[in-house]
Ligand binder design. Structure first.
Ligand SMILES: Cc1cc2nc3c(=O)[nH]c(=O)nc-3n(C[C@H](O)[C@H](O)[C@H](O)COP(=O)(O)OP(=O)(O)OC[C@H]3O[C@@H](n4cnc5c(N)ncnc54)[C@H](O)[C@@H]3O)c2cc1C
Length: 466
């Protein structure tokens, strides 16, 4: 994937982007179109990211009967009183233009729009059935490789951020005037996850160490129907078509179409459950059926075992609407960022859209922003490992249902991000969206609109954003 060695490292780039998912690639193409020389650094292979896994689609009010205002209303309703409405307006108003741009770049969206939970009308665009994320990412990669101004370098794990100077990787220094983080979320901190193993929030820890604020880390969406064992996602659409959730005695125990967090908690209470795909037209989901067959299941013969799994992280590095973090010279976009757009609960298919809208804005913001007036001493290199023990600890103490005692124990984790997550979850003494505390099982109206913000060396605060 890397371009030839002689072009691999320029002396200094205008912009270094950490992460090659849809957010990072969108930022790269935007910056290159604005005349910048860009490097995209990614710790693994380009395909090893959540963007390639996104099945359902990307939401945008493109139907004549729909409007950004409707889309915004649904987004705010899903976010349970915590969405930053200015970010929601930007997301939903810019969505149709970003879709048009993708079409111009060569993404071929399928006919018709999908309906997903929480959307009041059909507004989810898809490509090749459940291949939406992969096809969008592949198109963006192709365009980035064609650009003479963009270098994509695989196998470069960034271990320290030096805004204004660039960043450090495991193999050296990358000089860049501006820096955009697009490192994805942290749902792979849990032992059971739908995410690729690299989604452990390294960028969020790097940003915090570089002086940025982080917020809303306690909000994590758990998906109710991940295949037991592999974590492969069995989409909500299956239940929409009539697939049933059964307990070990073959009895239904929950309304399959209740909100995702309700269904996930009901499944988690039982540990595992069975998803019966026999009532539905399985031919409509060829890729999912093939994957089940590959895993050794015969959905026509009997139900398949499923469990709840960590799926999407709403929290991240605090940014304004142009991707600017609180560390001068550092910008962030995509799942690693927290604009407040998703509130306590992301509306389905709004996350790829977030990457498109805020990836573009972060690139433009980073190129326009002033260089930091002073350079901080370089932070020590990130040397933490996300071990199986850490994953077990996070799963046990910050799972779908948490409480103060478990979270206090997680505060002693060797992993910085696990400690920050525990501190955030302790500070939010209520249950809301993707955060359920057994010791505070109800929503507290006084906490509506208040984001849990952690700043290096400061006390946790619950603050309102405009
Ligand atoms: C199974 C599944 C299904 C989904 N379905 C949908 C859907 O239908 N619709 C939707 O909108 N969303 C969906 N999502 C969510 C969506 O895919 C993600 O929110 C989105 O793709 C995140 O994109 P990103 O660019 O922010 O990060 P990612 O795509 O995760 O990319 C992160 C990048 O950062 C790199 N990186 C991380 N740390 C470092 C480091 N230290 N140094 C260098 N590189 C680093 C990674 O290698 C990777 O390239 C789904 C997610 C999953 C897992």
């Amino acid at each position: 994937m890397s371009k030839p060695a002689d072009r691999r490292y320029a002396d200094r780039y205008d912009l270094a982007i950490v992460g090659s998912g849809v957010a990072g690639l969108t930022a790269a193409l935007t910056a290159a179109a604005a005349g910048a020389r860009v490097v995209v650094l990614t710790k693994g292979r380009v395909e090893a990211c959540a963007s390639y896994e996104a099945q359902g689609g990307v939401a945008a009010a493109v139907a004549p009967s729909d409007s950004p205002a409707h889309h915004a209303r649904d987004t705010v309703a899903a976010g349970r009183g915590l969405c930053r409405e200015s970010a929601v307006r930007v997301l939903t108003e810019e969505a149709p233009a970003r879709i048009e741009e993708l079409r111009r770049l060569g993404v071929r969206f399928g006919d018709g729009l999908g309906l997903e939970g929480g959307h009041s009308c059909r507004r989810v665009l898809h490509v090749d059935g459940a291949e939406t994320g992969r096809r969008i990412a592949e198109t963006l990669v192709r365009r980035a490789l064609e650009s003479p101004s963009i270098d994509i370098v695989e196998g470069e794990r960034v271990v320290a951020l030096e805004p204004g100077r660039g960043c450090r990787t495991e193999s050296g220094e990358i000089g860049a005037a501006a820096l955009v983080l697009a490192t994805g979320g942290y749902a792979a901190l849990w032992a059971r996850t739908t995410n690729p193993p690299g989604s452990v929030g390294e960028g969020i820890a790097l940003a915090f160490r570089a002086g940025a604020a982080v917020a809303d880390l306690e909000f994590v969406q758990f998906h109710p129907t991940a295949l037991e064992g592999s974590g492969f996602l069995l989409s909500e659409a299956l239940r929409g078509e009539g697939a049933l959730l059964l307990d070990g005695d073959g009895r239904r125990f929950v309304d399959e179409l209740a909100p995702r967090d309700v269904v996930a908690r009901a499944v988690a209470e039982r540990g595992t459950a069975l998803l019966d795909l026999r009532p539905i037209d399985r031919g409509r989901f060829p890729r999912l059926m093939q994957r089940l067959a590959d895993e050794g299941y015969e959905p026509a013969a009997g139900p398949v075992p499923v469990a709840a799994a960590a799926h999407y992280s709403m929290g991240g590095v605090v940014t304004d609407l142009d991707g600017r973090t609180e560390a001068p010279g550092l910008y962030a976009a995509g799942e690693c960022a927290c604009t407040g757009v998703h509130g306590a609960n992301r509306l389905a298919s709004n996350s790829l859209l977030e990457c498109l809208v805020f990836g573009r804005r972060a690139a433009l913001g980073a190129l326009a922003g002033p260089a930091p007036s002073e350079h901080h001493p370089s932070p020590p290199a990130l040397d933490e490992a996300v071990t199986d023990d850490v994953r077990e600890q996070v799963s046990e103490h910050a799972g779908l249902v948490r409480d103060g005692a478990g979270l206090e124990r997680l505060c002693t984790s060797p992993l910085l991000l696990a400690r920050l997550l525990a501190e955030s979850a302790l500070a939010r003494r209520e249950s809301r969206g993707g955060h359920f505390r057994a010791d505070f099982p109800h929503e507290n109206p006084a906490l509506s609109g208040r984001h849990t913000v952690l700043r290096p060396g400061r006390d946790t605060v619950l603050e309102r954003w405009t």
